[in-house]
Design a protein around this ligand. Structure first.
Ligand SMILES: [Zn+2]
Length: 184
């Protein structure tokens, strides 16, 4: 048999995972490293890796969205506090600072869609700073609202860890070119 009779379609193979066209002799896809020339088990392992990472991403995204609700809540509390200072207590400097803090939390919530890790970490630093400033201003506040402070801290720490996972899993899945991952 002449080598010239082997046409180009016989030499190429479309990747099952990302549809990239590869040479039929390649063991791994050049785009997504799917084991096109590998055994059935290797291909199953590759797919389950994508499935596991997708599940971890969804779980982490769920935790990040819980943390975003906390940021909305903190923004709301500060807005109400600002209105109270302004209209009930005639304390305009406190009104301005509370509304600024509320706006800051709202901006961080919007930023969390693009950079969940940076936004939630920054929000936690803002939250801690405000607490320290308040306690320096009025040491009696140290012992007040301890359960809510613990809940906020737990949600923030969990949110920061989950946000890191979102970034890592998104990067990994992008490399694996999981079909339809861009829609999530
Ligand atoms: Zn591929």
């Amino acid at each position: 048999m002449e080598t010239s009779s082997v046409d180009s379609s016989a030499e190429t193979l479309a990747c099952e995972n990302c549809q990239a066209v590869n040479s039929a002799t390649q063991k791994f896809c050049s785009q997504c490293s799917f084991p096109i020339g590998g055994t059935k088990n290797e291909q199953i392992a590759f797919r389950s890796n994508i499935a596991v990472r997708t599940r971890m991403l969804k779980e982490s995204e769920r935790h990040v969205s819980i943390c975003k609700k906390l940021l909305y809540f903190l923004a709301g509390i500060n807005l109400l506090l600002g209105l109270y200072f302004g209209f009930a207590a005639d304390d305009f400097p406190s009104m301005i600072s509370s509304i600024c803090v509320a706006l800051l939390f709202l901006i961080l919530t919007a930023w969390a869609d693009r950079n969940p890790f940076g936004a939630i970490l920054t929000a936690f630093i803002v939250y801690l700073t405000l607490n320290v400033v308040n306690i320096i201003d009025n040491p009696a506040l140290l012992s007040r609202g301890i359960p809510s402070k613990i809940i906020c801290t737990v949600l923030f720490v969990g949110g920061i860890r989950s946000a890191r996972q979102v970034t890592l899993q998104r990067e990994a899945l992008e490399k694996l070119k999981a079909p339809g991952i861009g829609n999530r």
